[in-house]
Design a protein around this ligand. Structure first.
Ligand code: CKU
Length: 607
């Protein structure tokens, strides 16, 4: 069976059975599962829901903080009528790595916790019978994992995760697991790119199959009317009088692909795709040739009880809150999100900066604090760097292969706050950026988020970015509270320095924010109060409005989220504009008013 990232769908030739529900679950405290044959069945399991992070269900801290191997088990029935075709299990993700056993035999391994993978079943599973699947999920962090961190051994013999990043190291089977059936001769990959001419769209498509028969493509509009068709694995489809996918005004065509042998359908697959172009011209982002100003958030997949587990309910609420506040975009900080979130963004017309889990490439447990000190550090010259680079490239390949057809995805963020002040970063960046550019058929812009010490005169890597993403905390980590007037001066000074470089590319603020306790009101304001969050945002926004090359603002963060415990965090990061339960803080009303008054192309009108 060939590898394929295509989303599982039911058609004439494909079947999908959900394995979501309660699975057997056991933590391997003494690391003995592998020697004691747990792959043949867990000796003393509990039951736990999939999809979900395992950490927040239990009342024991040893479970919440568990670092190492957690084991999952379930059984599934493999229908006899599927014999002669290709059956597989499809994991939406397993964080951060997995080994999968079918009926006691090793069937697959996968590194990286935020992308899907297939486990072929035909050789190891039995048709017309129940089969056992056991999964070892490991959540240890290292210098070569994405995200990066450390795993430490405490003197009491227990392991602890030390992330180099500011979100809780949630793990487990956090996305759906599906039993899928594919035909022997199947479509394994499909991609599109577009060119607009007058009222028409020319869609260049490319398919990969594992067989000899050609692919036929038909395109239907939302009313189900056939608008274009073509034969062949590669080709160009002409959609006359195309209805474009626009920001917050989406339109999706259904692309139906078939492999035909005379009258017989060998495979059928479909995707709902929006037709739009994305380009950067000077300091502007152009969607379908029209400028757009990004308004929105850095987000997290994070909620009460299920942690980073996918929930359609939480997703729905998040989109409703984003629409209410007049946002038009978000960044998938700091890892690829569940596939359903991109499908929803396609439907709702949101723009996504799609980020790979390359976070923590800055050696410090609280990297954002270290970075504010201006201290010189070097991350990309370790013995382990080649292995990290390998994992990073693989994660980028999987991200782009998975997400390349989404109209909502307008850019790739290849790293978040890496160390960029040492020369050793340059070669690493060069390779990463070149690699991503080659892979994307739509050649979307590539970027990375600049940490506070990556400044106009210290950052050695910004030249690789097609647009610049600044994570800035003037007025919070630097010069907070009554010193905010100086924070503003510092922010303006930095922007003036960027301006002087005349880069002629767009900049966005990919992070700016202030921790805010929703229970705290104070007049006059103090840091952490609701009043200060508004004061902070107002200061930043006033500054942004003075610089034309700033073409977007994504507040940190959409909602409060869980982090590792510590003196910097009061049970999590409280920079949310919404609480973790997705209720608005006062600043939400402020932003709603500002964003309602900013047209999507606001900066252009100012000129
Ligand atoms: C955020 C330089 C800023 C880094 N940024 C990373 C993000 O993950 C954190 O949550 C800082 C913060 O401190 O709130």
């Amino acid at each position: 069976m060939q590898k394929s990232m295509l989303y599982p769908r039911e058609t004439n030739c494909r079947r999908v059975v959900s394995l979501d529900g309660m699975w057997k679950f056991q933590l391997d405290f003494s690391s003995s599962g592998r020697t004691q044959g747990w792959e043949c069945g867990l000796p003393n399991p509990d039951l736990i829901p999939v999809p979900a992070s395992f950490q927040d269900f239990y009342t024991e801290k040893d479970i919440r903080e568990f670092t190492g191997d957690v084991w999952y088990e379930t059984e599934f029935f493999l229908p006899g009528e599927w014999e002669g075709k290709e059956a597989a299990l499809r994991f939406g993700c397993a964080t951060h790595r997995a080994e999968v056993y079918i009926n006691g035999k090793k069937a697959a391994v996968h590194e990286g916790g935020f992308t899907p993978f297939l486990v072929p079943l035909n050789d190891l599973a039995v048709f017309s019978s129940f089969n056992r699947v056991v999964v070892i999920v490991n959540n240890e962090l290292s210098n070569t994992s994405l995200p990066c961190g450390e795993t430490k051994l405490l003197s009491n013999g227990k392991k602890i995760s030390k992330p180099y990043f500011d979100f809780f190291n949630y793990s487990g089977l956090q996305r759906s697991v599906k039993l899928i059936l594919l035909p022997k001769e199947a479509i394994t990959d499909f991609s599109v790119d577009y060119r607009l001419q007058g009222e028409d769209a020319f869609v260049t498509y490319h398919t990969i199959t594992n067989g000899v028969h050609p692919v036929m493509v038909k395109v239907y509009d939302e009313a189900g009317v056939l608008v274009a068709e073509a034969n062949g694995n590669d080709g160009v489809l002409t959609i006359p009088k195309v209805r474009l996918w626009e920001v917050r005004n989406a339109y999706l065509y259904r692309f139906v692909l078939k492999i035909l042998d005379q009258d017989k359908i060998l495979d059928e697959y479909y995707e709902d795709i929006g037709v739009r172009t994305i380009e950067i011209k000077g300091t502007k982002f152009l969607i379908n040739g029209k400028p757009v100003y990004l308004k929105g958030f850095g987000k997290h997949e994070d909620s009460d009880i299920i942690g980073r587990g996918f929930s359609a309910g939480v997703m729905k609420r998040d989109f409703e809150c984003m629409k209410w506040i007049h946002a038009n975009s978000f960044r998938t900080s700091h890892y690829p999100y569940s596939e359903e979130i991109y499908q929803m963004a396609d439907r709702e017309g949101f723009l996504i900066i799609d980020e790979v889990a390359a976070v923590g490439m800055f050696e410090s447990l609280m990297n954002f604090m270290e970075a504010s000190t201006g201290k010189h550090t070097a991350f990309f010259q370790k013995e382990t760097t080649p292995e990290l680079l390998q994992n990073h490239k693989e994660a980028i390949r999987e991200l782009i292969e998975r997400d390349k057809n989404h109209a909502s995805v307008i850019a790739w963020s290849l790293l978040n706050e890496p160390e960029t002040t040492d020369e050793s970063a340059v070669a690493y960046f060069k390779e990463i950026f070149q690699y991503a550019k080659e892979l994307d058929p739509q050649k979307r812009p590539c970027t990375f988020a600049l940490i506070m010490n990556s400044l106009p005169n210290t950052c050695k890597c910004y030249q690789f970015s097609d647009f610049i993403c600044l994570n800035r905390y003037y007025g919070w980590y630097l010069k907070g509270g009554y010193e905010i007037s100086e924070a503003e001066e510092n922010l303006r000074k930095e922007l003036d320095e960027w301006k002087a470089k005349n880069l002629n590319i767009p900049f966005i603020f990919s992070e700016y924010g202030a921790d805010t306790n929703p229970a705290e009101h104070k007049l006059p304001s103090v840091m952490w109060s609701q009043e200060y969050q508004i004061e902070f945002l107002t200061m930043c926004n006033n500054v942004f409005d003075c610089y034309d090359f700033i073409q977007g603002e994504q507040v940190w963060n959409f909602a409060d989220f869980q982090t590792t415990e510590g003196i910097m965090r009061m049970n999590g990061n409280k920079k949310g504009i919404f609480t973790r339960q997705r209720q608005p803080k006062d600043a939400a009303y402020y932003l709603r008013e500002r964003w309602a008054s900013l047209e999507d192309d606001k900066k252009v009108k100012l000129e």
